[in-house]
Design a binder for this molecule. Structure first.
Ligand code: PMP
Length: 427
């Protein structure tokens, strides 16, 4: 693997591992931890952890409502966090950046608010078959309420979106296209910009589920021209319980608030209310104050390193992992080759259940991977499996950890299927 390090100047310095206290943990049987479960949730650098305790130690009070010093401080920090989300996404205005609980809450907000106000029976929502449950169920619920019809972009044989179907699937009946930008199971990087252009050409809006892309590559909402975009803080070195919904200002202005309660109002009478201005209109109740402030620390950390560099680093790791896992007899890798793939790889193996596979990787190699359907049950059903094992990389993962993953997979293969069969590599 030293040759991999030598070959690739894109690899980030391993010194940044020292920023993440948990990465020096040993796990089962004293193995050093190789944390390859980043698509589920990442780890946090000390600067994020220190921000959390620092706010609680020095600055914490509820935001917006107080006129005392601590409330002013926490409000300022909270609103600075919003500005950092705006800057990170290159949104035009802070009023377009709503703090939510995460990707799921962001998508549900659009389904409930925009969806209920705008969709009627016969209108169509176009999704893809590779969506996470978070970008399927809210639209299924909306379809039940409104009578709207769900359609799905199918896959090519190598796990990319079948773009040739788009012209038939899109029509003047399509009111919304909701697509994942990077599949959390296949790793596929989808041609989101092209889909947005085609959707806009028929008058449809586009929501991008960016849970797996915003943490790993530069995303510019103005350049993409998406109408809504959702992501989560915990997948980008920030805390859980916070994320954001980006929406174009004119759309958010026209949308009725979804959750009702404190903060989202301008005036309340006994029998009616007037909603607050953006972004408060969509932030009912006490928001995730400290998580939002700590998400800014995560954004600052990632921005300081550079999203291009993070992406390039992951590309080196995934290319190496993919190419070597392709060599393992009997292993089926889900999704396309490295040139269309982000930094994660899911695989299945006939002879052993994904859970057992993950257990061995953890117990014998200290490699933390995820096993199951990864909240993409329909996709797994389409692929004829119920579960897969997924390794997902982030900026702090190293070539040595790829080695350990591959070594572990080979060991499992030898134990359970000494005579498997090989698959043809994909580009
Ligand atoms: N979409 C995708 C593609 C995801 O990977 C995830 C998280 N696994 C989600 C949505 C949901 O994110 P959260 O649980 O943070 O709301």
């Amino acid at each position: 693997m030293n040759s991999v390090i030598a070959k690739h100047s894109q690899l980030l310095s391993t010194s940044l591992r020292g920023d993440f206290p948990i990465l020096s943990e040993t796990v089962h049987n004293g193995h050093p931890l190789a944390f390859l479960d980043n698509a589920a949730s990442t780890q946090r650098p000390a600067c994020v952890i220190d921000t959390i305790s620092g706010v609680y130690e020095r600055d914490y009070a509820n935001v917006h409502r107080g006129i005392h010093t601590l409330s002013e401080r926490s409000t300022e920090l909270y609103e600075r966090a919003r500005e950092s989300v705006r800057n990170f996404l290159n949104a035009k205005n802070v009023s377009e950046c709503i703090f939510t609980q995460g990707t799921t809450a962001s998508i549900n907000t659009v389904a409930r608010s925009w969806g209920d106000a705008n969709l009627a029976a016969g209108d169509e929502i176009l999704l893809t078959v590779m969506e996470h449950h978070s970008n399927l169920v809210p639209w299924q619920q909306l379809a039940e309420r409104s009578g709207a019809v769900l359609k799905h972009i199918p896959l090519t044989d190598d796990g990319r979106l079948d773009m040739s179907s788009l012209d038939t699937l899109l029509s003047e009946r399509t009111k919304l296209v909701a697509i994942v930008s990077v599949s959390n199971t296949l790793g596929t990087i989808n041609p989101v910009k092209e889909i947005i252009e085609k959707a806009h050409a028929v008058g449809a809006l586009v929501l991008v589920d960016a849970a797996q892309s915003v943490p790993h590559m530069p995303i510019d909402v103005q350049e993409l021209d998406c109408d809504f975009l959702a992501f989560s803080g915990h997948k980008m070195c920030g805390p859980s319980g916070v994320g954001a919904l980006y929406g174009k200002e004119a759309l958010l202005e026209a949308m009725p608030p979804f959750l009702g309660g404190g903060s989202m109002i301008n005036e309340v009478r006994l029998d009616s209310f007037t909603p607050a201005e953006l972004p408060a209109k969509f932030e009912a109740g006490t928001p995730p104050i400290v998580p939002a402030i700590a998400m800014k620390a995560a954004i600052d950390y990632l921005t300081h390193i550079g999203l291009e560099k993070i992406h390039a680093h992951e590309q080196v790791l995934i290319t190496e992992a993919y190419n070597r896992l392709q060599e393992v007899d009997g292993l089926t890798i889900l999704g396309p080759g490295p040139s269309h793939r982000a930094g994660l790889v899911s695989f299945s193996f006939e002879k052993i259940h994904a859970h057992e596979f993950a257990q061995i990787l953890n117990d014998s190699f200290g490699v933390a991977v995820r096993a199951g359907h990864h909240c993409t049950q329909p996709l797994h059903a389409l692929l004829g499996i119920t579960a897969s094992t997924r390794a997902s990389f982030y900026l702090y993962n190293t070539p040595e950890e790829v080695d350990r993953l591959v070594e572990g997979v080979h060991a499992v293969q030898k134990k359970f299927a000494p005579q498997g069969r090989k698959r043809k590599p994909r580009k």
